[in-house]
Design a protein. Structure first.
Length: 81
């Protein structure tokens, strides 16, 4: 379902400012499935998931985490920072 995390300049800014992680996900994945998978994989509380389909036919998911779970900590565990 989740293909890979994004490490663009914008996604790093979202991590710092809004506590959001950005992933490229399967086109068929819905918001509930994405939320459950992120909560299970990283053992965090997800507040909200928003998705968008890119012109390159990929689906991007913005995952907002609860304040108790800093996105930067997860990015560090993934080796993104």
């Amino acid at each position: 379902m989740m293909i890979y995390p994004l490490t663009t300049e914008r996604s790093i800014r979202l991590m710092e400012a809004e506590n959001k992680l950005t992933f490229i996900v399967d086109l068929k994945a819905n918001k509930d499935e994405i939320k459950k998978e992120v909560e299970k994989l990283f053992k965090v509380k997800v507040i909200r998931v928003t998705t968008t389909i890119l012109p390159s036919a990929k689906k991007k998911a913005y995952v907002t985490l609860s304040p108790e779970n800093p996105a930067m900590d997860i990015a560090t565990k993934l080796g993104l920072m």
